[in-house]
Design a protein around this ligand. Structure first.
Ligand code: NAP
Length: 247
């Protein structure tokens, strides 16, 4: 019997899961925040934009009669995950989070772990040329650091104006280790700032390791304690397999 599934998306694994669940015959709606102008669209139905908080999400879940809510949002998207927990609790829709494991440092890595973006801004030493791979939402937090050079890479430029001396690299992943090393060398980067997103985008970490550059690693925000799976296969098994149906 096909299930009705709402995926909170915006990640590669959300797209992969939607494709698999649609193929398995389920009714899948993926929700995107609507912040990207040209998002990669998943299989199945897609809706865009916020729900209007946890209550709005709860109303949507109830109105559309979903069986499952899969929170496959990015590990740093803390607000929507909190809303998902509240909304699932109110509606008794089964909630599962799909979240990739964090990256772990290797022996040769020179990571400086920090709790959040504010700490990352404060940690970059004066005179450094920092390579920011933190997306566009919070990149402006570094604008007050007029004592550092910045190379900021993201897919789309932020709406706000960035300091004129910053080098902005607008490009969509993936990147190879060679490309990352070439960029770091060409721009005179001597420190990487990134979020511990996990997943496949490790070329920048490998390049920093090879060049012996320090990495300011922003740790993940705390998310609510909910049932969490780390792979698309695990989620498929739960929803499509014996353990998952009926819930
Ligand atoms: P956030 O801070 O957790 O959420 C802010 C608000 O955006 C939420 O309260 C919700 O609005 C809306 N929202 C977020 N994700 C949504 C979704 N999938 N569907 C519908 N509404 C959503 O999220 P964020 O950090 O801004 O990230 C926004 C989206 O980008 C997420 O879906 C995430 O998966 C993706 N993303 C984020 C990052 C990152 O580093 N943060 C990186 C890559 C991709 P309402 O309260 O109105 O419902």
């Amino acid at each position: 019997m096909p299930a009705r599934i709402l995926i909170l998306g915006g990640t590669t694994e959300a797209r992969d899961l939607a494709a698999c669940l649609v193929r398995a015959g389920h009714h899948v709606v993926t929700s995107l925040a609507g912040v990207s102008t040209a998002p990669r669209l998943p299989a199945g139905e897609v809706r865009m934009g916020g729900f209007g908080g946890a209550s709005g999400l709860a109303s949507y879940l109830a109105a559309k009669n979903f069986d499952w809510l899969i929170d496959a949002t990015h590990p740093f998207a803390a607000q929507i995950s909190a809303h998902a927990q509240v909304a699932a609790g109110r509606t008794e829709v089964a909630l599962v989070r799909l979240e990739r494991p964090p990256w772990e440092p290797e022996a040769d890595d020179r990571w400086i772990p920090v709790a959040d973006m504010a700490a990352a801004v404060a940690t970059v030493p004066e005179g450094a040329t920092a390579f920011l791979t933190i997306g566009r939402k919070e990149v402006g937090a570094f604008a007050r650091r007029s004592d550092i050079g910045v190379v900021a890479r993201m897919i789309e430029a932020p709406a706000e104006a960035l300091p004129g001396n910053w080098r902005l690299v607008l490009v969509r992943p993936p990147f190879s280790v060679d490309e990352e090393m070439a960029l770091m060398r060409a721009e005179g980067v001597n420190l990487l700032v990134t979020k511990n997103a996990g997943g496949e985008g490790t070329a920048k970490l490998e390049a920093a390791r090879a060049l012996r550059l320090p990495v300011v690693m922003i740790e993940r925000p705390v998310k609510p304690q909910v049932r969490t799976l780390t792979s698309v296969e695990g989620a498929l098994e739960l929803i499509g397999g014996q353990n998952g149906w009926p819930r």
